[in-house]
Write a protein that binds this ligand. Structure first.
Ligand SMILES: [Zn+2]
Length: 357
């Protein structure tokens, strides 16, 4: 339970004290209030949203003008259900008004196409510290599948500082793996031979790729004893992951495939499989997840399928509050057999509209 130990340390529990849901949720509530106050004080978009008539008064019992009240009347995490949603459309059209820091403190801006509309693209802003959160997550989340001595192939964009592949490469290097930054390869397969040659020559043992890319490479290298002999694990990320693709990969390479769910708006990392490989544990110290009914907006109970909504708890450049992902999943009831106290998100059902990385 490396991730639990990391979160225990991150939220300030005394040395050796095990993570509990109570401690984690107390941290989440404190960070949620802090994020709301921070966003309302620094962003005109959130100031308006969070002080709409009725909303403000429902939180502090008065309808007085904006004092941002530290959102003390938010007494439990379930009170988050009273906060307004933020949508991808808000991000595209009003993103600039969500930014909470001066331009001089911005380290990276990721531009995402807005699929299916003619509207402006979404832009997600990050400070250096915002990006360090992802590197730290990889450092503490990926030892389940990689360690010193591994040769880790990165088949996602890593040419620019702060791109997903580069942050993952930096994280696995902290674990002691050797990262090979190859970058994304085209879907038409024109660089597949090159990627497979690198896998043979460098003795690649693990890596990161989208599921379709890994499945294509696996199918082309089925029967290759060198590659299969070296490969131990693979991390599949960024797109909907079909069971068929996963089976092709595991069969051809004789390796264990781990799945990850995330998107740029989450700060890339969202939730990751543990060794049980049934569901994804969210990065709960940094993100508050909810599952809602997409039609009514009501929060759904454990076990029911709905839309995934998240709130960033530790981001500075551009916090996102109750951001509607358009993705669907459910909470898997009960404690994970791995022993973690983190919740478990079930398989993400539909990512048709997302092309974030
Ligand atoms: Zn688990």
């Amino acid at each position: 339970m490396i991730v639990d130990d990391w979160i225990a340390e991150k939220i300030g529990l005394p040395d050796g004290e095990a993570l509990t849901r109570e401690a984690l949720e107390a941290w989440q509530l404190a960070r949620l209030r802090e994020t709301l106050s921070y966003a309302a004080a620094r962003s005109s978009f959130y100031r308006e949203r969070l002080t709409e008539p009725g909303l403000h008064s429902s939180f502090d019992g008065s309808s007085s003008a904006v004092d941002h009240n530290n959102f003390r009347s938010l007494r439990s995490l379930s009170d988050a259900a009273r906060l307004p949603f933020t949508t991808p459309r808000d991000l595209a059209e009003e993103g600039i008004r969500m930014v909470c820091i001066p331009a001089s403190q911005v380290d990276r801006i990721v531009t995402l196409p807005t699929t299916g509309t003619t509207g402006p693209p979404k832009r997600v802003w990050f400070t250096g510290a915002d990006q360090e959160l992802m590197i730290d997550y990889i450092h503490h989340g990926l030892p389940v599948m990689t360690g010193p001595g591994d040769v880790f192939l990165v088949l996602m964009p890593c040419e620019r500082p702060g791109s997903v592949g580069e942050l993952v490469a930096a994280g696995v290097e902290r674990i002691g793996s050797r990262a090979l930054r190859v970058g994304a390869i085209p879907a038409d397969g024109s660089r597949d031979g090159e990627a497979l040659e690198i896998m043979r020559r460098e003795g690649v043992t693990t890596g990161l790729a989208t599921a379709p890319t890994a499945a294509r490479l696996a199918a082309k290298s089925a029967g290759d004893a060198v590659i299969a002999g070296n490969m131990r694990t693979i991390l599949l990320s960024a797109q909907f992951i079909s069971d068929a693709d996963r089976r092709v990969i595991e069969a051809a390479w004789g390796c264990k495939a781990y799945e990850h769910y995330g998107m740029t708006e989450m700060g890339l990392g969202g939730a990751m499989a543990c060794e049980v490989r049934a569901g994804y544990h969210p990065r709960e110290a940094d993100l508050l997840f909810e599952i809602i009914d997409p039609d009514t907006g009501e929060v759904l109970p454990e076990g029911e399928y709905g839309e995934i909504v998240f709130t960033t708890l530790t981001r500075r450049a551009m916090p996102l509050i109750r951001y509607r992902t358009g993705d669907f999943s459910r909470w898997i009831p009960g404690r994970c057999p791995c022993g973690s106290v983190l919740k478990r998100l079930g398989k993400v059902a539909d990512r048709a509209e997302r092309k974030d990385y």
